[in-house]
Design a binder for this molecule. Structure first.
Ligand SMILES: [Zn+2]
Length: 190
């Protein structure tokens, strides 16, 4: 078949990508920081959700938002402070603040020095949870950031995600919760 005899076919327009709809159960989040910027590559990795960690052996299950030490962190959701934890067992100076929203969404804010008490009610976009800590003491030259991590509790009414069993040992329920990518909830497409 000669090419001349074939009329050029109109290339059908690609269907427009629908704007990703937020699942109805997931609310938009208030900004935890005044300025939202995802951590770019530094010698320890990149900050986006799903980024490679430990040479590809695991993925980054949170979102790193660039912030200078001392930057205040505001609660992204209405909820309750359910844990003031320690990300590193061998360094008690680093902390995280966990907030559980009414629908059982659990948000952990890592490398935040708490300025709020356990059990306190918090208001989205208003309540200060604490301030960003300096990570360069542990990881020299890392871009200082807030590690923002979000999961859905299996039981929405649960407010203790590391409960003690009858022998007094802590069970890590949080580890089994489904992980949520917070990126589209923070960076809503215009
Ligand atoms: Zn991170």
């Amino acid at each position: 078949m000669s090419q001349k005899s074939v009329p050029p076919k109109a290339i059908p327009a690609l269907p427009k990508m629908p704007r990703p709809a937020l699942p109805p159960s997931l609310p938009a989040l208030a900004r935890p920081l005044a300025h939202l910027e995802i951590r770019k590559r530094d010698r320890f990795g990149e900050g986006h959700f799903g980024a490679s960690r430990d040479g590809g052996r695991r993925r980054h299950m949170g979102l790193d938002l660039v912030a200078l030490p001392g930057t205040p962190v505001t609660s992204p959701l209405d909820g309750t402070v359910t844990r003031l934890g320690w990300p590193y067992g061998n360094d008690p100076s680093y902390r995280y603040v966990e907030v559980t929203a009414d629908a059982g969404l659990v948000v952990r804010h890592f490398y935040v020095a708490p300025e709020i008490g356990l059990g306190r009610r918090v208001t989205a976009g208003e309540t200060c949870l604490g301030t960003v800590q300096d990570l360069t003491r542990r990881y020299p030259d890392i871009t200082n950031h807030l590690h923002f991590e979000m999961r859905q509790a299996a039981d929405p009414a649960c407010r203790d995600h590391r409960p003690r069993d009858t022998r007094g040992r802590r069970r890590n329920l949080y580890r089994g919760y489904s992980v949520i990518d917070p990126t589209p909830l923070l960076f809503i497409p215009a």
